[in-house]
Every structure is written in C-alpha cells, then in structure tokens.
Design a binder for this molecule. Structure first.
Ligand code: TXA
Ligand code: MG
Length: 320
C-alpha cells in the first residue's frame, strides 16, 4: 500500500539539494533531473527504499535498476571495470551511457536493486545538480524513469508530479531534460561488448572508442546475442512450487505472514513492501543453503504482491 504523502517540489539550489539528500538517506523517494529523463531515486543500498520505487510506480515486475553514481571512483567500488569499461567511462561520463559490469566485492547496492543479478548497471548523469545530490546522499542512487508504469518518461518536474504526486516524497526541480531519450546501455561482462539498449549516445560513437563493433540490438549483426546469454533475470537453482499450503518431503519453505511453520518468512507481519525488499536475498539464501525444491506460501496479488508473484512464477516456470 502506498502511503499518501505530500510531495515537495524542491528548488535546484543548495538548500533543495541538501533536503533531497536527507530524504534519500532516510529511505525516502526523490525524483531528480538527469540529462535523459527524470529518475525516481532511492538509496540503492536500502532494499526497503528500493521496494518503495516499485510501489510508487505500480510496476508489475522487478527489473534490475541503474545505480547512479557521482564519480568514477564510486562506480569502481560497485562494479568491476575492465580496460574497455574504463575507456568508455572516461570518454562518455558524465553522460547518457549506462555500463553493465560484473558486481564488485566491495559493492553496496542491494539485491533487489539488481534483481538478484551478479552484475550491475552504473551511470554517472551529466547535470551537476544530479551528481551533487548523489554525492551528498553519500551512496549510489537507484533510479528508473519517474513515471507510473506504462506511462511515458517524464522530461520535467510537472510530468513527474502528474504521475507521482502524493506517491513520492519530493521532486528536485531542475527544469527540462536535454536529451529526452534514455541512456544507451552497454554490457561489458566478457570480451565482447554488447549493446543492450540504444539511447542517448549513438552506437557509432561507442564503436569508434572501442575500435570494434558492438554486438546486439541489431538484427543484421552476424553474431546475434545468444538467447539467454544475458538473461536479465536471476533464477534460483532450485525448482519452485507456488501457493504451497504445507511442505512436502524434501522441500524448503519460503513463507509469507506465517503460513508455513519453520520456514524462512519474507514478512512475518504480512507487509508486501517488506516481502519485496527481502525477496531476492531470500532466494539467494535458500540457493546457498543447497535447497533443491522451494515451496512458496500463497502471497496476496495486490500492490507489490503482483511483482513478487511475477518473479516467483518465472522462477517456477520450466527452464531449458
Ligand atoms: O536514462 C536512463 O537510463 C534513465 C535515467 C533515470 O537514468 N533510467 C532508466 O532506467 O531508463 P530504467 O529502469 O527504465 O531502465 C534500466 C534498464 C533496464 O532495461 C534494465 O533491464 C537494464 O537497465 N539493466 C540495469 N541493470 C542491469 C543488469 N545488471 N543487467 C542487464 N540489464 C540491466
Ligand atoms: Mg522507464
């Protein structure tokens, strides 16, 4: 349930930025300008805050979110930068390019923000106000576009408020966005850089810096992406059975609101936001503990329950 709240419109000055940073550090939601679109920001290290993003957007499924950083040094603490990744960051940051790289051991971004993946999408936005905000918050900021799910991306603070007024804590009003389309996303996870999404930096500009062609997102590519190679969703190793009212022999339970006795509970009090915040780390814990069959208690379908059930249904679907 989204708690109705007053959404502040904060000016893009030192006082507005300081207040926005304080709200982020306390786990609140702040929309802020980037050069592409307004992002709906939350502390990327706080899974409750990140669950709030999904709640506010009404997004029916969990995707990995981009972690926004204020500097390359901050990005290197979250992700492993190969020489090519370094080259792209040096050339295009700050700017509309997101780099998907392996997760660093020193990473602070929570499981939910990465949708459980062992990789991370990082980007340093261009506007000084955005970078100052992230630096003042003192942690990476997870942010998808600041619109209700299924609506168009917002290019100014009025667009944000039209969709999210009373659903978020504040919008930092930095005027209109310059680029208007989302960032280009490039994955650097092996020796072949791949274009995951075309966007604000042209493919040719990136290829010129790399000195080679980017794979992916081009039907004429002679080596198209192998399906599933870059699966953008974490799947547990165990099989998953949904709507379990009791455990069968050999099953490990994943509970909600105390329905299964002795099982790991996503939220003993039946709070869907808490359950969403715990979902990916719980799956990972069961995996690490060697569970082979996971039985999941019924989870209500309203609010964040829809995204939780979507994720679990995919985990339960037969896999190749
Ligand atoms: O311009 C932008 O990129 C805007 C502004 C706010 O920065 N953000 C944005 O976020 O477009 P969003 O959530 O709409 O798109 C993020 C994309 C998703 O398609 C997601 O799958 C991909 O980034 N992504 C993030 N981390 C990933 C990862 N580890 N592996 C694969 N894809 C990832
Ligand atoms: Mg979007």
């Amino acid at each position: 349930m989204t708690h109705a709240r007053t959404t502040l419109r904060l000016p893009a000055d030192a006082a507005g930025e300081a207040q926005a940073a304080r709200i982020l550090r306390e786990g609140g939601l702040v929309a802020f300008p980037t050069e592409t679109v307004y992002g709906l920001g939350a502390d990327a290290t706080n899974s409750r805050a990140v669950a709030g993003i999904y709640e506010a957007k009404g997004r029916p499924r969990f995707n990995p979110l981009i972690a926004h950083v204020a500097s390359i040094e901050q990005a290197r603490r979250e992700g492993v930068f190969s020489p090519l990744a370094e080259k792209l960051a040096q050339k295009f940051w700050p700017g509309p390019l997101t780099l998907v790289v392996p997760l660093a051991e020193t990473a602070s971004v929570c499981d939910l923000a990465r949708a459980g993946l062992p990789s991370i999408g990082l980007r340093m936005p261009a506007p000084k106000i955005a970078r100052d905000l992230i630096a003042a918050a003192g942690r990476p900021i997870a942010a998808p576009s600041a619109n209700r799910s299924g609506h168009v991306s917002p290019a100014n603070a009025d667009h944000v408020l039209a969709d999210l007024d009373a659903r978020i804590d504040a919008v930092l009003d930095g005027g209109a966005c310059a680029v208007g389309v989302e960032s280009t996303i490039v994955a650097l996870l092996d020796d072949r850089p791949r274009l995951l999404r075309p966007g604000g930096v042209a493919r040719a500009e990136i290829e010129a810096v790399l000195g080679s062609a980017l794979a992916g997102a081009d039907p004429s590519d002679s080596q198209p992406l192998a399906p599933g190679l870059l699966a953008s969703h974490y799947a547990p190793g165990a099989s998953v059975r949904l709507n379990a009212r009791a455990l069968e022999p050999g099953e490990t339970g994943l509970d909600f609101a105390g329905q299964l006795s002795g099982a790991l509970d996503l939220s003993p009090s039946g709070d869907l936001e808490e359950a969403a915040a715990n979902l990916f780390s719980a799956l990972r814990r069961l995996d690490a503990a060697g569970a082979t069959r996971i039985a999941v208690a019924p989870i209500p379908a309203q609010g964040l329950g829809e995204a939780i059930n979507d994720r679990l249904a995919r985990a339960a679907a037969p896999r190749p």
